[in-house]
Ligand binder design. Structure first.
Ligand SMILES: *Cc1c(COP(=O)(O)O)cnc(C)c1O
Length: 371
């Protein structure tokens, strides 16, 4: 088409990095010249800054978000608090990593439908799936929305089950003034480049107030060793490198500012998108750092095509739910109608800190004219 002013990328990591390019380059070059590339000062400093930010006593860095999830469950097993076959409650519409961490540890995921209004786990459906094997809820703050509720807090207390947060999509999100990642027994964070706090490669972390858990995770991620050449567990190698830690330490300073920009764009969408065929699932009374701005539309594929023709790139989070994946063949016949509807109708429109209100206006005009 001739009248496209410019292509609006869903997320330009190049432009996001460019915002603080000098500072990032300086941080990287300091690591390069230091000659120390793993388990050094940059990692130690980032861990300290991140745990202070989140508000927990411990932060253990690791290779990526999946490892962070995996290491939490593995450490509970090593500590004798989880056993093969124990049941872990998890939202059916999460990104597959949450579920992989459970099955990799020989634990049993129990999928629970989300609410269509919030897209977060439906806390009214949790108690009905609790059995005597239930040991934990993996609470996913999907799309940057807080999934924590008082009801979930009470269920965990009453049934003595652990609350593990998957905070891969919600850096900076709060509940009653406390940050997600500090609300449960332990939390996994991903710093995949496209997340609200993103590295320039893979990186992840666990936050917790549980000293014993923290030490076990640190040991497991270091080949199962806490003293050189002595191995207490059959561990794995999962480390955040110094370069990523140095980059994250720079970007952490701007996280609140970045999230405020996302909120401004998102609020413009919420106030101005007016089209009967488009639903904006609102997380009422819940904080939201808008990692993803999801809209629902029965004609999702046609809408995506329409936006693309008009120069706006969108994404789908996610096209196929975990229980319909080939990786989990034995669940393919299960039915989760709300989850399936979300995967059929969800479209993610650009929403990030480098967009202008003009960009947002352009998207709204297109969405409001879609028929
Ligand atoms: C990104 C993500 C992960 C995994 O993070 P990686 O760093 O890519 O391993 C886990 N859970 C959720 C919900 C995610 O969005």
């Amino acid at each position: 088409m001739e009248n496209i002013s410019h292509m609006l990328d869903y997320l330009s990591l190049k432009r996001i990095t460019a915002m603080h390019e000098n500072e990032i380059n300086k941080a990287i070059s300091d690591v390069v010249t230091s000659g120390w590339y793993l388990n050094g000062n940059a990692v130690r400093l980032f861990e300290e800054h991140y745990r202070n930010y989140i508000g927990t006593q411990h932060c253990i860095s690791c290779g990526n978000g999946l490892d962070a999830l995996h290491l939490i469950l593995r450490a509970y097993k090593e500590l004798g608090q989880l056993h093969n076959g124990d049941e872990i409650i998890v939202p059916a519409n999460t990104y597959i990593a949450t579920i992989l961490a459970i099955t990799e540890n020989n634990l049993k995921p129990v999928l629970v439908e989300p609410e269509i209004t919030t897209l977060e786990i439906d806390d009214n459906r949790i108690e009905e799936v609790i059995t005597r094997r239930t040991r934990a809820i993996m609470l996913v703050h999907l799309y940057g929305r807080c999934a924590y509720t008082e009801k979930i807090e009470n269920i965990c207390k009453q049934h003595k089950i652990k609350l593990i947060e998957d905070n891969a999509q919600a850096h900076g999100c709060t509940y009653n003034g406390k940050l997600t990642g500090s609300l449960g027994d332990a939390a996994a964070h991903s710093f995949y480049p496209g997340k609200n706090l993103g590295a320039l490669g893979d990186a992840g972390a666990v936050t917790t107030n549980d000293f014993e858990l923290a030490e076990t995770i640190r040991t497991l991620g270091n080949y199962g060793s806490s003293r050189k050449y002595v191995f207490e567990y059959q561990g794995k190698n999962s480390r955040m490198d110094e370069v990523q830690a140095a980059v994250l330490d720079v970007k952490l300073k701007y996280l609140e500012e970045d999230n405020a920009c996302r909120k401004e764009i998102a609020q413009y969408f919420e106030q101005n998108i007016k089209n009967d065929s488009i639903i904006i699932p609102k997380a009422l009374n819940r904080d939201n750092v808008y990692h993803i701005f999801p809209i629902l539309c029965v004609e999702r594929n046609r809408l995506q095509e329409f936006l693309k023709e008009n120069g706006v790139q969108t994404m789908i989070h996610y096209p196929i739910p975990p229980h319909k994946q080939e990786a989990y063949k034995k669940w393919n016949e299960l039915s989760f109608p709300i989850t399936e509807r979300i995967h059929r109708e969800e479209l993610s429109i650009p929403c990030n800190q480098i967009m202008s209100l003009n960009d947002a206006e352009r998207i709204v005009t297109l969405l409001n004219s879609f028929y």
